[in-house]
Design a protein around this ligand. Structure first.
Ligand SMILES: [Zn+2]
Length: 418
């Protein structure tokens, strides 16, 4: 169910605008290389800059001066360099040989502000205004564009424009997950004066231990497996009843606890990393107070895992500037997470599968739940900000990060976004 896809779509670029794209790409590479140079240090990885904001604050004005690129393209170029440097730093830490990233291939990153989608075309920022490019779609249906980009499950996230010098064609690789470029929710000029928040919803459950609204699954199969194994071994030792068995039982208990903690700790770290990757400000869980009533089939080790996971994320997330919130679990698993639907009925859910009885939308039930957790938080926050006299005009921006895009609490933003 975790799907990350890129749909390559051939573009029909008007002849007189091809040079604008070529020159834009040249300037984009210039920005990326300048940023890589700024972020890199040959001395030590601790001297490398891996924070996007640091690089952006240092370089943005300068690069806007030096190039004719739009704000978002400059930011994407910086982000690309920071990501590359971050990757190198990770390998460096593992003792691998690395060097300053260098960008040479014809490639530009577009986010939802620099690329606007229409059904059959896309409008792209260039150094010389926008250029509208029609999609050259194959005749067989469904096209990748229809399949991934128009589908709710595969919302537009960011895309790479590439040029194929061999056949002299431009291709737009519409990415549903890989590049986290629309974190430019934090782009200074767009939203610095608003309280924009991006939310990662987490659904905890028995099918999968945890699922994020970005479509990442922590299945927990091995957790269940090992908990059962420990249980079995404990049973055997208890039956023997000797002092030696008793001592072994205590040791086993300690080992099991350490293992369990480590397991949950790893998932917690990965959840926080997911939030960082998608530039989320808040990780939202369901309130666990009544978890036993909501999940009567849950074993004690599940309940333990849920609580521990929440605690661990609460402990870890603030180090990354991310907060943790909880929402009341109101039919999260029965409600259709399509924001233009929201139909809630117990028949919607069949085990791992969710099928909305009203709009027909079919989706993994836990993924549906994770989106709902995020959306519930978004709605509550929007409501709160609207009813607060100090929050201004009141269009309180909250995005729920989902697989390949974002939702806000009110309306589904299908593709083009803002
Ligand atoms: Zn529905």
């Amino acid at each position: 169910m975790e799907v990350r896809r890129t749909a390559p779509v051939k573009l029909v670029v008007p002849d007189e605008r091809r040079d604008d794209l070529h020159e834009s790409a040249r300037q984009f590479l210039h920005c990326a290389n300048r940023a890589a140079e700024f972020c890199w240090s040959d001395h030590s990885y601790t001297d490398c800059v891996t924070a996007n904001t640091t690089a952006r604050d240092a370089l943005y004005d300068e690069l806007r001066e030096e190039t004719e690129l739009t704000a978002n393209l400059v930011q994407e170029a910086i982000r690309r360099a920071v990501q590359a440097v971050t990757g190198c730093v990770e390998r460096w830490k593992q003792g691998k040989r690395v060097s300053q990233p260098e960008f040479t291939s014809w490639s530009m990153l577009y986010d939802k502000r620099s690329a606007t989608f229409y059904r059959n075309k896309v409008s792209l920022s260039t150094i010389n205004g926008r250029v509208e490019c029609e999609f050259e779609l194959p005749s067989d249906s469904p096209t990748p564009y229809e399949q991934y980009v128009l589908s709710e499950e595969f919302e537009f996230r960011a895309s790479t424009l590439q040029y194929d010098a061999v056949d002299d064609e431009f291709y737009f690789h519409i990415t549903t997950r890989k590049y986290d470029s629309d974190r430019d929710g934090d782009s200074s000029e767009v939203s610095a004066d608003t309280e924009h928040q991006t939310v990662l919803g987490i659904d905890l459950g028995l099918n999968s231990l945890a699922v994020s609204s970005t479509g990442r699954f922590w299945h927990g199969d091995d957790y269940d497996h090992w908990c059962r194994e420990f249980e079995k071994r404990r049973g055997e030792m208890q039956q023997r009843g000797t002092q030696a068995a008793h001592n072994a039982l205590l040791r086993l208990g300690k080992r099991e606890e350490a293992w369990r903690k480590q397991y949950i700790h790893t998932i917690a770290n990965e959840i926080v990393a997911e939030a960082v990757e998608y530039d989320c400000d808040v990780v939202v869980f369901e309130d666990l107070t009544d978890i036993r009533e909501q999940l009567p089939e849950a074993k004690w080790h599940h309940i333990w895992a849920f609580r521990r996971l929440l605690e661990s994320v609460e402990y870890k997330a603030p180090e990354q500037g991310i907060s943790v919130a909880q929402v009341e679990p109101n039919h999260t698993s029965q409600r259709c997470s399509r924001t233009d639907c929201g139909f809630t009925h117990e028949d919607n859910r069949h085990g791992e599968q969710f099928e909305c009885q009203k709009c027909g939308c079919e989706v993994n039930a836990d993924y549906n739940g994770a989106k709902n957790v995020g959306l519930r938080y978004a709605r509550k926050r929007q409501h709160r900000l609207r009813s607060s006299p100090t929050s201004g005009s009141g269009d309180a921006p909250v995005d729920v990060r989902i697989n390949g895009g974002a939702l806000n609490g009110e309306s589904h933003r299908p593709i083009a976004g803002a």
